[in-house]
Design a binder for this molecule. Sequence first.
Ligand SMILES: CC(C)(COP(=O)(O)OP(=O)(O)OC[C@H]1O[C@@H](n2cnc3c(N)ncnc32)[C@H](O)[C@@H]1OP(=O)(O)O)[C@@H](O)C(=O)NCCC(=O)NCCS
Length: 192
Amino acid sequence: MLPCAGSATHDFTPMTSEDVTLKAATAADAPAIRQLAHDSWWTTYGGYLDRGQISLMLELIYSEASLLAQFETGQSFTLAMRGHTPVGFTGFQPKPAEPHTMRIEKLYILPSEQGRGTGKLLINHVAQAALAGGRPQLELNVNRNNPAVTFYQRLGFTVVDTVDTPYHGYVLNDYVMQKDLRSPNAAPLYGI
Ligand SMILES: CC(C)(COP(=O)(O)OP(=O)(O)OC[C@H]1O[C@@H](n2cnc3c(N)ncnc32)[C@H](O)[C@@H]1OP(=O)(O)O)[C@@H](O)C(=O)NCCC(=O)NCCS
């Protein structure tokens, strides 16, 4: 997923799942986001992406300098916290030139924390931010080999496109998935 808008100033979200709370991240959280990415990407992509590609993407997307630039250009980050420990994060922003669409640029949960409802909690949070910002459609890219495709389908996303995007000598083999938050299928998203 190359990069899964809102305002960069959204507040703490009073949603919990198994004692996980959500926290709007600031630039001071860039090291924590970088660490979460490094702790989840190898497990996520090690089975089907070239190691060089993973290293390159971690550096280009998750260096502290890159994360700070993403904060400054309007990407919102939310951390999932178990107590005082970050266990996952999402990054989202308005899709340029498409006033109804919110892009989910990033969504990663630590391997040891997966399957406990945190991913769903974060998607629900983005959905609420999107609706609050007048953007009733969610969109993301996900690698076609990623089991997360099934997770997104379970939450009501559908595949709308198949794209092969050149990326620094590699190719990103993605599905583009969308979810219309106004459709009746959106209801289960809020059933947490
Ligand atoms: C994909 C990911 C974000 C899902 O988050 P999670 O916290 O593990 O998932 P949840 O516990 O919130 O699951 C929500 C629902 O999706 C289902 N689900 C989760 N992962 C699934 C999978 N791989 N296949 C099928 N269903 C899945 C759960 O069973 C649950 O269903 P339910 O609501 O009926 O009980 C997380 O597993 C992850 O970080 N994976 C590695 C990184 C990654 O691939 N990120 C996406 C990049 S595009």
